[in-house]
Ligand binder design. Structure first.
Ligand code: NAD
Length: 486
């Protein structure tokens, strides 16, 4: 039986209380192992180790030396690529092709981009005359913020955790990570990587557990945490902001979404259908940037619904270890129940179920997993639950529209504002909409395409702050002003 331990001050440790919880494989429902649940004692120890490391060897390294260590982390993740891949598939049930092409390579890239960024970042400086005729030079210095709490979700565990840890460490901070209780494996494994490259003790720490009254709450309310970076549900983000208010700690929040796609009749039809197939169904719809509302210009509405139906039906749920499998299970039985609850609600609210709507018939060995069918609905009013609320499953509702203003109003009539994808050959219209749609990310004729130097984050209730490239420095460093008179 596998055991997932905390990683504190360079060592794997058990909980003093002996408390553990079960970690299940969503592919077949079988027990993967026991996860140690951190109490206040483990969180205190992890934060103390992170605080001490700031003033130790790590704090004395030059930027170049720090980056050399982080470059070694990249090399070590790549060397242990298969270990990370197997751990991520077992925890999440995501298909081999996805984890091997997206999750693990991005886990490594998330360190690389920020070592490149930090090495070349500059600060401003101004010269001025003082009233007594002398000179003063004012310049900015970026210093690490301190101990950063990283609270991460289960949908892209390694990718989203390293998206925070990469810049935090590149900027000279130390971290305590609280991975999702559903997916402890790759965050724990990264501790081995840190030790293998000679990372000073206490720079990278991991505590396992849940949110309220557990590791998440203990960590985010800890007075020695200097900043909290979070990815997860908006309601959780709100709870963490309350904890952060105590002590006035800054937060970076990447939260929920209800992303739309807008398809005009002049689009490149094949590219649109290919892209929507990914944005609606990839990772079983458990991508924060995924599309759950599709708006299609009326002349091609029927054609698009038929094409997407065919593609959804080709996404046959299957064994994630089979390299041909395109869609795996959702993360847990609990999440399966949530998604199926929305499927039921859509039917009750009068949706036309174009395809799916239930649980697929799986082979005997996989029957214990948390499977749901890729699902498409049409015919619902804009007030329906599956059009307004985040489902986080392999499903979308498709509505027709007649005019640009009409669709813009519908897209913006949502409390979230994470991402949108617009499909059209009219570049003027595309840019006009990109400037009016209330989101942090707008894709035109594509989806999930990222240049890691550019800002990433959500508007409205989808987030606070931007991370990526130099934008991450706003959160992971303090910009100090130095004024010299001479
Ligand atoms: P979640 O909010 O349930 O959990 C996220 C993390 O917060 C977990 O580690 C959890 O244990 C912890 N947590 C829960 N309650 C807490 C509390 N009170 N105090 C401290 N920590 C607490 O989210 P999830 O279900 O793991 O992930 C899915 C959600 O994440 C979706 O809403 C999705 O849209 C969002 N998400 C957003 C982005 C983005 O970039 N905007 C990316 C991925 C996922």
């Amino acid at each position: 039986m596998k055991e997932f331990l905390h990683f504190i001050n360079g060592e794997y440790v058990k909980s003093a209380s002996g408390r553990t919880f079960d970690n299940f494989n969503p592919i077949n429902g079988q027990l993967i192992g026991k996860v140690h649940e951190a109490g206040r004692a483990e969180v205190d120890a992890a934060v103390a180790a992170a605080k001490a490391a700031l003033n130790g060897e790590w704090g004395r390294l030059s930027v170049a030396e720090r980056c050399k260590l982080l470059d070694a982390v990249v090399a070590e993740i790549n060397r242990r690529f298969d270990d990370f891949l197997q751990a991520e598939i077992a925890d999440t049930g995501k298909p081999h092709h996805l984890a091997s092409h997206v999750d693990i390579p991005r886990g490594a890239a998330n360190f690389q981009i920020f070592t490149e960024t930090i090495k070349s970042v500059s600060t401003e400086s101004f010269n001025m005359r003082t009233p007594d005729g002398k000179t003063a030079l004012s310049y900015g210095v970026r210093v690490p913020r301190g101990v950063i709490a990283v609270v991460s979700p289960w949908n892209l565990p390694l990718l989203l955790m390293t998206w925070k840890v990469g810049p935090a460490l590149a900027c000279g901070n130390t971290v305590v990570v609280k991975p999702s209780e559903e997916t402890p494996a790759t965050t724990a494994l990264l501790g081995e990587v840190m030790n293998a490259v000679g990372m000073p003790k206490g720079v990278y720490n991991v505590v396992h557990g849940f949110g309220p009254d557990s590791a998440g709450e203990f960590l985010t309310s800890h007075p020695d945490v200097d900043g909290i970076t979070f990815t997860g549900e908006t309601s959780t983000g709100a709870a963490i902001m309350k904890a952060a208010a105590n002590g006035v700690r800054p937060v970076s929040m990447e939260m929920g979404g209800k992303n739309a796609a807008v398809v005009f009749a002049d689009c490149d039809f094949q590219n649109t259908v290919d892209t929507l197939t990914r944005s609606c169904f990839e990772n079983a719809g458990q991508v924060c940037l995924g599309t759950e509302r599709v708006y299609v210009e009326r002349p091609i509405f029927d054609k698009l619904v038929a094409a997407l139906k065919e593609r959804a039906e080709s996404m046959v749920p299957g064994d994630p270890y089979d390299k041909a499998t395109k869609i795996g299970p959702v993360i847990s039985k609990e999440h399966q129940a949530k998604v199926l609850g929305f499927y039921k609600k859509a039917a009750e609210e009068g949706a036309t179920v174009v395809t799916g709507g239930g649980v697929p018939d799986m082979p005997e060995a996989l029957k214990g997993g948390s499977w749901v069918q890729p699902t498409i609905w049409t015919g619902l009013p804009e007030t329906a639950s599956v059009i307004t609320e985040e489902i986080f499953g392999p499903c979308c509702h498709i509505s027709p529209f007649d005019a640009e203003d009409e669709v813009l109003a519908k897209v913006n009539a949502n409390r979230y504002g994470l991402a949108t994808a617009v499909f059209t050959q009219d570049i003027g219209r595309a840019n006009r909409l990109a400037q009016k749609i209330e989101v942090g990310l707008c894709w035109i004729n594509c989806w999930f395409l990222r240049d890691l130097r550019t800002p990433f984050g959500g508007s409205k209730q989808s987030g606070i702050g931007r991370e990526g490239g130099v934008h991450s420095l706003e959160f992971y460093t303090e910009l100090r002003n130095v004024m010299v008179k001479f």
